[in-house]
Design a protein around this ligand. Structure first.
Ligand SMILES: Cc1cc2nc3c(=O)[nH]c(=O)nc-3n(C[C@H](O)[C@H](O)[C@H](O)COP(=O)(O)OP(=O)(O)OC[C@H]3O[C@@H](n4cnc5c(N)ncnc54)[C@H](O)[C@@H]3O)c2cc1C
Length: 597
């Protein structure tokens, strides 16, 4: 082994260069020495693929207010959202969007020069119950614009970037985090980063499932790393299936398509959402729409008897429904070309479909992690359900569970979350670094990463990583997916445990080299995916109710008496211990009610 260690020292380290990481780095760098470590070039992070928009109650086109945004978030989250967190999100969203605008983000505009807004699922006028235009957007490339804008601002502030460096472990001295270990992908060498404060902003883990909108890089490295250090993970059973993945690949077709007037149609030509959500129909929250599609398919109303339905955004169809709803607005081909250019491109490239002339085949796709590393509203990582923090450790963005999205996230609220809580992490890191000293590194830092990678490199078993990954993904899709049930989840959990053993004892690695060894890194990521899949299946099995994205055939109702609490999974003796020891914050006073859309 080229057992060479390179040492670096920064006050603040951010793991991940997506929206959350860049926002945290931007704020920290204004007062302390800050570095971002990212396995991808930052502008290739998944944030760059976010299409539809960022939610903020600007009220530019019609009445809207942060209180409604907070309530919609809580209702959308099926009352598992922490209400103090939803309050922070909704209030600070307005300022955050204005801040992005000032940083140079080119939002679409209204005729009067204000930021354009569109409809999105679950966002309503709380008085009339009608959909409200809250999603600020830049065509269907909002995330791309956010990422570029933040990256440019980070460069301006002198943030140091370590691109194509993959973080493999946290370094602890006793129970105090004091740095990270990362492998430089071009040389295979391990680098140690000594730091006072560390923020995890490493994104989601859609790659646990076989059909997903998520990039290949979303493998749950962050949660796996903290889990292996004995820290808990929260609400892991709540993983969102977005209703409109392009069939069969799962590439995301933004909810913005429905926001612009697109409708879901089954094999009989029915707009079936009228039956499932009579008031806001196709713009009901995602869990509701995904289940509706699933049920239509089960009841043999999938298009051509297959496992998909149609998303129809052809101007003739949209205009017919707009007229029926008594709206004045009409759209034409040009409008679709302007508002949804990338979607037209994806449909053409991946399905050979032209949405202006044909309906788009869609089915649910694994999309977003509501759960993750537990934090409080200041992005501080928690070590238990009582709220004890881990000094110097923060998490923000999709990897974190604040928990603002509860059991189901509303569209556009993730981008808002990145900006609002990414900023909190940055501010907190800066404050912490200014008053804290460096904790000395332990003896031989970097060793754990070297050992972990060497063990993998020397694997001499028979099973290729992709074989294990495929089996895990298919099992999780079939059994811990849109609908769940005891026996199936138990089978999935058993299989994941079996696959973990196979991973440890019978792995075959083709490439033993050091430079850009993607074979090795994919194997390491598979280890993370397996850990995350195990915690997800165990958390799902344990929660015997249906709430938001966690929907059980055997327990179809929500049970607030027993389960109005966050699931906190703790690593104990190589297995998963589940507790419901973190109560849901109800400080805005919204009592759980049945969700009707
Ligand atoms: C196709 C798609 C469309 C979406 N559209 C919207 C939308 O319109 N509105 C909305 O609100 N939300 C949307 N979402 C959700 C939202 O985009 C994501 O939740 C959000 O961008 C996540 O941002 P992040 O900063 O947490 O992580 P990411 O942007 O995923 O970035 C993760 C970063 O972590 C780094 N990283 C990971 N592991 C390691 C490691 N081990 N070492 C070093 N670096 C590491 C990566 O290099 C990357 O830089 C969409 C998601 C998808 C997939």
């Amino acid at each position: 082994m080229e057992n060479v260690h390179h040492f670096h020292e920064f006050d603040a380290i951010v793991v991940g260069g997506g929206g959350a990481g860049l926002m945290a780095a931007l704020y920290a760098s204004r007062s302390v020495r800050t570095a971002v470590i990212s396995k991808l070039y930052p502008t290739r992070s998944h944030t760059g693929t976010a299409q539809g928009g960022i939610g903020a109650a600007l009220g530019n086109l019609e009445a809207d207010k942060p209180e409604w945004h907070a309530f919609d978030t809580i209702k959308g989250g099926d009352y598992l959202s922490d209400q103090n967190a939803a309050d922070v999100l909704a209030k600070e969203a307005v300022e955050a969007v204005v801040e992005l605008e000032w940083m140079g983000l080119p939002f679409d505009r209204n005729a009067d020069g204000t930021i354009a807004q569109r409809r999105f699922g679950g966002h309503t006028n709380n008085e009339t119950k009608k959909p409200v235009r809250r999603a600020c957007h830049s065509a269907d490339r909002t995330g791309h614009m956010i990422l570029q804008t933040l990256y440019q601002n980070c460069i301006k502030e002198g943030v140091k970037f370590f691109d194509e460096f993959q973080v493999i472990d946290l370094v602890f001295n006793g129970d105090k985090p004091c740095g990270v270990e990362a492998v430089s992908l071009d040389t295979g060498q391990v680098h140690v980063f000594h730091a006072k404060a560390i923020t995890f902003a490493s994104g989601g883990w859609g790659r646990v499932w076989s059909v997903t909108s998520n990039a290949h890089s979303l493998t749950g490295d962050g949660p796996a790393i903290v889990w292996r250090h004995g820290l808990p993970l929260q609400d892991m059973e709540f993983f969102q299936f977005h209703p409109t993945g392009l069939y069969p690949l799962g590439v995301l077709i933004t909810e913005g398509v429905r926001g612009e007037g697109g409708v879901l149609i089954n094999d009989r030509g029915e707009r079936f959402m009228e039956r499932y959500a009579p008031t806001i129909k196709d713009l009901a929250s995602r869990d509701v729409v995904s289940r509706a599609i699933y049920l239509e398919v089960q009841e043999k109303r999938g298009v051509n008897g297959r496992e998909y339905v149609h998303l129809d955004v052809r101007p003739s169809t949209v205009n017919r429904y707009l007229a029926e709803a008594g709206e004045d607005r009409r759209i034409d081909e040009q409008y679709i070309l302007e508002k949804l250019p990338d979607i037209l491109d994806f449909c053409h490239t991946y399905a050979g479909v032209d949405p202006v002339k044909e309906a788009i085949p869609v089915a649910p796709t694994a999309h977003y992690a509501m759960g993750g590393i537990p934090t409080n509203v200041n992005a501080e990582v928690l070590r238990d359900g009582k709220g004890t923090t881990v000094p110097g450790l923060y998490a923000a963005g999709e990897v974190a569970c604040v928990s603002v999205h509860g059991a189901n996230r509303l569209g556009t609220n993730s981008l808002t979350d990145l900006i609002v809580f990414g900023r909190k992490a940055g501010i907190q890191m800066a404050e912490y670094c200014q008053q804290a000293d460096f904790i000395p590194l332990p003896h031989d830092p970097g060793r754990s990463a070297v050992v972990a990678l060497e063990q993998l490199r020397k694997s001499s078993g028979k099973t290729k990583p992709h074989t294990i990954r495929r089996r895990m993904q298919q099992e999780m899709m079939a059994k811990v997916g849109v609908f769940r049930e005891e026996k199936m989840m138990q089978e999935a959990l058993d299989l994941v445990r079996e696959l973990k053993e196979q991973f440890q004892n019978d792995l075959a690695i083709d490439d033993q080299g050091y430079r850009f060894n993607t074979d090795l890194m994919e194997a390491w990521e598979l280890g993370c995916l397996l850990d995350v899949a195990e915690v997800t299946a165990a958390s799902a099995l344990h929660r015997k109710e249906s709430r938001g994205a966690h929907s059980r055939d055997d327990h179809p109702d929500r049970d607030d008496e027993k389960y109005l609490a966050h699931t906190v999974a703790y690593p104990r003796n190589g297995t998963v211990e589940i507790k419901y020891d973190r109560p849901v914050d109800l400080s805005l006073g919204y009592e759980p009610k049945e969700r009707v859309y």
